[in-house]
Design a protein around this ligand. Structure first.
Ligand SMILES: [Zn+2]
Ligand SMILES: [Zn+2]
Length: 78
């Protein structure tokens, strides 16, 4: 049995998110995602880390929550 190890290969440094353009604390708003394995903020459109393959962490936004709410309402109505 092969255990897939999730490790940082150093690729993430290429996608490393520099200091936010807008004031501090806006990293998530700028599509910057956090990889817990690489312990880095990267600027990447995908859901998984291009480096280690770990799922990237995004801060849920109000707009998305609202969309989810609408979806739930649609389900209950049917
Ligand atoms: Zn990495
Ligand atoms: Zn990673």
């Amino acid at each position: 049995m092969i255990i897939k190890r999730v490790t940082c290969k150093g690729i993430c440094s290429r996608h490393k998110a520099d200091r936010p353009i807008v004031g501090g604390g806006q990293r998530y708003a700028l599509e910057q995602k956090r990889c817990q394995v690489c312990e880095i903020f990267i600027y990447f459109p995908g859901v998984y880390c291009p480096c280690c393959g770990q799922r990237l962490r995004m801060r849920p936004r109000l707009g998305r929550d609202r969309a989810k709410l609408f979806a739930l309402q649609g389900q209950t109505q049917t």
